[in-house]
Design a protein around this ligand. Structure first.
Ligand SMILES: C[S@@+](CC[C@H](N)C(=O)[O-])C[C@H]1O[C@@H](n2cnc3c(N)ncnc32)[C@H](O)[C@@H]1O
Ligand SMILES: [Zn+2]
Length: 287
């Protein structure tokens, strides 16, 4: 049984509802999308692709999965889960969560696990969307209890007013789309790298380090979103292998930005202590 047969998704071409028909999802106008054997559907129209393989590459996806499964970011997953639970207990009833730019599924997987025990899973609908096909394939293979879609944050893939929470974790928010997807009073939960995130690694690879401010919420606020909570999570981790250090490099933009010299500076390292500095922000949707 494919979860996607049950999930209310919209045709990416004309926004009509999609219905299961055999191994496909089909809209009333006859547009059809194959359900992949791994359990995801690709709703990214070819004309929306800016490149042949948009989003993170398979190498980046593999590096992110290997790094995340060392446990180094478990406190981020725990922080996130706690915040979603808090939003849910306010709302009660059904909980629909859309992870926009879900990567290889680590955080939505952690959320599914955390929600799996105490509350009735029948009331929980989790959907992960990413523009990277290798990311969604990896997610679908590992986390069977979640619906997965290849698509863009710029597309309207779910019915208006259907989501309680939209997650956008270290990603690329599109607040116009999020606003339509959310129920009245629904929330966007953002995670972004804070100014000190991985500062020790950045100091090694760049001649001078710029402490970037958090992305501004002015655009979201101009659409009527209201910033209702913000929290900072800061801790230190010690990476104990060359593999962990190079996975961390590869899963971030630093690998490409660093240049040859920067990459060489970390190539021989087998240990590195780094600061994790993450900002969580919760925005309430316009009513
Ligand atoms: C830094 S990664 C974060 C992945 C995941 N949220 C995590 O924290 O592990 C950014 C993700 O955004 C995806 N992405 C980039 N542009 C996107 C878009 N327009 N719509 C959806 N996903 C996108 C990439 O493929 C990548 O998986
Ligand atoms: Zn259609």
């Amino acid at each position: 049984m494919n979860l996607l047969n049950d999930y209310p998704l919209l045709c990416p071409i004309d926004a009509r509802p999609l219905h299961p028909e055999g191994r496909q999802l089909v809209c009333a106008a006859g547009h059809s999308f194959d359900l992949a054997k791994q359990g995801y559907v690709n709703l990214l129209p070819v004309q929306n692709k800016k490149s042949k393989s948009p989003g993170d590459s398979k190498a980046m996806v593999d590096a992110r999965r290997a790094f995340l499964h060392t446990g180094a970011y478990d406190p981020i997953a725990a922080g996130l889960t706690k915040q979603v639970r808090a939003l849910w207990s306010e709302e009660r009833g059904e909980l629909c969560v859309l992870d926009a730019g879900c990567g290889e599924g680590f955080y939505l997987g952690a959320l599914a696990e955390a929600l799996g025990g105490s509350e009735s899973r029948a009331n929980v609908k989790l959907l992960g969307v990413d523009i990277s096909k290798p990311a969604v394939v990896a997610a679908a293979k590992k986390y069977k209890e979640i619906a997965w879609v290849v698509g863009s944050n710029h597309q309207t893939l779910v019915p208006d007013g259907s989501q309680d929470v939209v997650l956008c974790l270290f990603g690329f928010p599109c607040f116009e789309v999020f606003s339509r997807a959310l129920k009245s009073g629904g929330k966007v939960l953002l995670a972004d790298a804070g100014p000190d995130h991985l500062i020790e690694l950045r100091e090694l690879i760049y001649p001078s380090v710029r402490r970037k401010p958090l992305p501004s919420m002015a655009g979201a606020e101009s659409l009527g979103f209201e910033l209702v909570a913000s929290q900072r999570l800061r801790y230190s981790i010690r990476l104990r292998s060359q593999a962990a250090i190079s996975d961390l490099m590869l899963m971030t933009p630093h690998f490409f930005k660093a240049g040859r010299e920067g990459r060489q500076a970390v190539a021989g390292l087998t240990q590195l202590a780094v600061t994790v500095d993450v900002s969580f922000r919760v925005l309430s949707a316009p009513h």
